[in-house]
Write a protein that binds this ligand. Structure first.
Ligand SMILES: C[S@@+](CC[C@H](N)C(=O)[O-])C[C@H]1O[C@@H](n2cnc3c(N)ncnc32)[C@H](O)[C@@H]1O
Length: 239
């Protein structure tokens, strides 16, 4: 049974076609290097929810020695094809200590929490990830803004009644515009306030919440991205 929308071959294959330059996604990749410079000391990283390896390969390109972990066999199979030399593990929720307790400088969760509910599970997972961080370690959590689910953007068709009506923690649905024939992707609607509350309940302090706003110099004909930041990057340190 699917616990998560990405435990599915068709959706995994569709996601595998994306790159760091893919439309709206580009905005998070654009802003990460200067935030790494500011907040990350050291180069040992975990990519939590590594998917087909896009974010793991990106972290490696940024100089991080990175292990990718994911709950989806379908995604991990693609990651191993895309990065045959890489280290990837399947994980269950909450206990990640086999990777090395307090050993990591960075845990990246890029678009991973968008598809995780309920709140208690998110808190359990965040607490588990905290165990991986060393004294100076930080979590970078890249998450869809609530407004992204309610508006069409360069990359996503989202303008659905069900999305507009969704309350905190309820399902929202997305389609990638360049893959109109693939299935709707189920995610969950979490507000910035929900993120802040869950992050604090997990024993983290927030160092920064960065808005990935579109700019004219990106050279992309943005739709809502110059008005509404599609993603927030939450930067967390254990309290
Ligand atoms: C939207 S994809 C993002 C993949 C990658 N980070 C990227 O940016 O290309 C989200 C990934 O998170 C994984 N995921 C979702 N829930 C998870 C969980 N509880 N534990 C580990 N991975 C999870 C999914 O299987 C999927 O591969």
């Amino acid at each position: 049974m699917e616990q998560n929308t990405w435990q599915n071959k068709e959706r995994a294959n569709a996601y595998d076609k994306l790159s760091v330059k893919s439309g709206t996604y580009f905005l998070a990749f654009r802003d990460l290097p200067s935030l790494f410079e500011k907040y990350v000391k050291g180069n040992k990283a975990i990519d939590f929810g590594c998917g087909a390896g896009r974010s793991t390969l990106y972290l490696k390109m940024q100089g991080f020695e990175t292990i990718g972990i994911d709950i989806s066999d379908e995604m991990l199979a693609l990651a191993k094809i895309n990065d045959p030399e890489g280290t990837y593990y399947k994980v269950e929720n909450g206990d990640y200590r086999f990777l090395g307790e307090k050993e990591f400088d960075l845990v990246m969760a890029m678009h991973t929490f968008d598809s995780i509910a309920p709140a208690e599970l998110r808190i359990q997972i965040l607490k588990g990830l905290k165990e991986l961080l060393n004294e100076n370690g930080v979590v970078f959590l890249v998450a869809a803004a609530e407004e992204l689910w309610k508006n069409d953007s360069f990359s996503f068709a989202m303008n659905l009644e069900v999305n507009k009506k969704a309350n905190a923690g309820e399902p929202v649905y997305a389609k990638l515009k360049n893959m109109p024939n693939h299935e709707w992707i189920k995610n969950y609607n979490w507000t910035k306030e929900d993120y802040v509350k869950q992050i604090k309940e997990s024993g983290f302090e927030i160092l920064e919440i960065h808005d990935t706003i579109g700019k004219p110099e990106d050279g992309i004909c943005w739709i809502i991205e110059e008005k509404i930041a599609p993603f927030q990057i939450y930067i967390l340190k254990a309290k």
